[in-house]
Design a protein around this ligand. Structure first.
Ligand SMILES: Cc1ncc(COP(=O)(O)O)c(C=O)c1O
Length: 420
């Protein structure tokens, strides 16, 4: 029953968005987290005089991070975007090749395919997991398909069983976009090198960060040698400085970034445990609210980095209120919820830029019209259903989680105020 406060003849709103008292005004843990160790690490790089080439931190971080991801090799680069582009080139993907991607991801997953003159082909996501749906992937495989590019969105591994079996059946590469999934595991194996090659991001919002940065991991000797060469101006691992064997560029991570990341990695396990335990708590509480569904449990996911806590919102259970209004109401209550991706990537204007090449390239010999693509699950996720809680909120205390639950319950109880 909605309680209505009346003061001096006015009906006072309960919801903070309408002028009521917010559930909380205290901030959640501040992001990024650092302490004296990062400051000392930076100082020691400064004083060494080796800020880039010649330093030891980049190599040390490559080895530590690769081993953390259960991979043989790591190549540290300037960003997740660079990691994707270099990985595609290392796989030899180029003109006339198709790469299958989900449309519910950050734009770099798709634009980097265009950067190598290949063609992104969109497949739908699973309605309860929001990761690439192998059934949909199989429907778009063609004689031109060279690779599947699953995204471990929010830290949640994609269905690697289904995707690996397709890769085997059709002889395709798998490039894992693990830019949000440091330490995430599928059946006990960390993501990135479950397929042929994988990528990570250390951009400022990410759970391990140096402001910007990226990593490529692989178990394959040849792919490692190629990725290493491509990120370092086409040089050979043991070759002379001015010999350029592949059309690479300068994508090298600096020693400052690597020094910070080595420290960030030390904290990471403890932070991940906390995010996972808070996410479990939220799952148990929020799933009791009619109209809120956390992504489904999957016992094959043995660790989840929770870069985002994604949940599904049903506008009908909230009297027809839109997901953006619901997000605004929660924000006003002091909860960092956002609408996330609000249209599938095949609807973005940037696609026009590639209309001539590679989309109409005679070498490709086919034509793709993205305006005809309709992927209902991804559209629902973007337009009406998918909402995100930011990762740093999951580093809060049990009381912080209870505030989140209280805010959801409060908005649900007073949803009529949002319709006015
Ligand atoms: C899924 C995904 N792929 C790729 C990237 C690109 O990483 P970066 O921003 O480091 O270039 C990001 C980063 O936002 C991402 O979330």
């Amino acid at each position: 029953m909605v309680e209505i406060s009346i003061k001096e003849g006015f009906i006072l709103a309960k919801l903070a968005l309408k002028g009521g008292e917010p559930v909380r005004t205290r901030p959640f843990p501040k992001w990024p987290i650092f302490d004296k160790r990062e400051l000392e690490a930076l100082k020691s790089v400064l004083e060494s005089g080796l800020w880039g080439v010649g330093g030891s931190r980049k190599k040390e971080f490559e080895e530590k991070f690769a081993s953390y991801q259960h991979a043989k090799y790591g190549v540290a680069v300037t960003s997740g975007t660079a990691a994707l582009e270099v990985s595609l080139r290392a796989l030899g993907i180029g003109c006339g090749d198709e790469v299958i991607v989900p449309p519910y991801t950050f734009m770099a997953t798709v634009t980097t395919i265009f950067y190598v003159n290949a063609i992104p082909i969109f497949a739908d996501i699973d309605p309860e997991a929001y990761t690439l749906d192998p059934k949909s992937v199989e429907t778009v495989i063609s004689e031109r398909t060279k690779a599947i590019l699953p995204v471990h969105i929010s830290g949640r591994p994609a269905d690697m069983d289904g995707l690996l079996s397709l890769a085997k059946k059709y002889d395709l590469y798998i490039l894992e976009d693990a830019c949000q999934a440091w330490g995430s595991e599928w059946r006990g194996k960390r993501v990135g090198a479950i397929g042929d090659i994988g990528t990570f991001s250390f951009q400022s919002s990410k759970n391990i960060t140096s402001g910007e940065g990226g990593m490529i991991v692989t178990n394959d000797d040849d792919l490692y040698a190629k990725a290493w060469s491509l990120h370092n101006c086409g040089r050979l691992l043991k070759g002379p400085w001015y010999e350029h064997h592949l059309p690479g560029g300068n994508y090298r991570m600096t020693e400052f970034q690597a020094a910070i990341l080595l420290v960030q990695l030390e904290r990471f396990d403890e932070q991940t445990e906390k995010r996972m335990s808070n996410a479990r708590y939220l799952n148990s509480k929020l799933s009791k609210i009619d109209g809120i569904k956390p992504l489904k449990d999957d016992e094959r996911i043995t660790r989840n980095a929770y870069h985002l806590y994604i949940f599904r919102f049903d506008p009908e259970a909230f009297g027809g209120v839109s997901k953006s209004t619901f997000a605004e109401a929660l924000q006003a209550e002091g909860i960092p919820v956002s609408v996330g991706y609000s249209r599938p990537l095949y609807k973005e204007p940037y696609l026009d830029y590639f209309k001539r090449c590679p989309l109409s390239c005679p070498y490709y010999g086919k034509s793709v019209d993205y305006s005809k693509v309709r992927l209902p699950v991804a559209e629902k996720a973007c337009y009406t259903e998918g909402l995100w809680l930011r990762q740093y909120a999951l580093l809060g205390s049990k009381e912080d989680m209870d505030d989140i639950v209280a805010a959801f319950e409060k908005v649900k109880e007073n949803v009529d105020e949002l319709k006015k």
